[in-house]
Design a protein. Structure first.
Length: 104
């Protein structure tokens, strides 16, 4: 498997299954192909933003969306990186054809 590490507890709580940090996928259980594809889309986003800027951008956007929706989960689903990953996670060939910076 591609940098997948099992964890017992998610840092963001029970609503979350996996987290991708610097291309390492930490997950509570084995991921199915769609879930893994979702995380690999995040790996691609992180790589093209050279990792650290991705997390800064992600965090700031999540916070700004919280000010808009006053709900962390709703805000999370509106983060541009999550929108791209959820929109394309069912297409298992997506990463082969994806254009760079597609999250914009
Ligand atoms: Zn995600």
């Amino acid at each position: 498997m591609k940098n997948v590490i099992k964890i017992k507890r998610h840092p963001f709580g029970k609503n979350y299954l996996a987290i991708n940090l610097f291309g390492f996928i930490f997950t509570l259980r084995n991921l199915d192909s769609v879930e893994l594809n979702h995380e690999l889309i995040h790996s691609a986003q992180q790589r093209e933003l050279l990792y650290l800027p991705f997390f800064i951008w992600y965090g700031i956007e999540w916070l700004m969306l919280w000010f808009k929706y006053h709900d962390w989960t709703t805000a999370y689903y509106h983060i541009r990186f999550e929108q791209e990953a959820y929109r394309h996670q069912n297409d298992l060939n997506y990463l082969q054809t994806r254009k760079k910076y597609k999250f914009k």
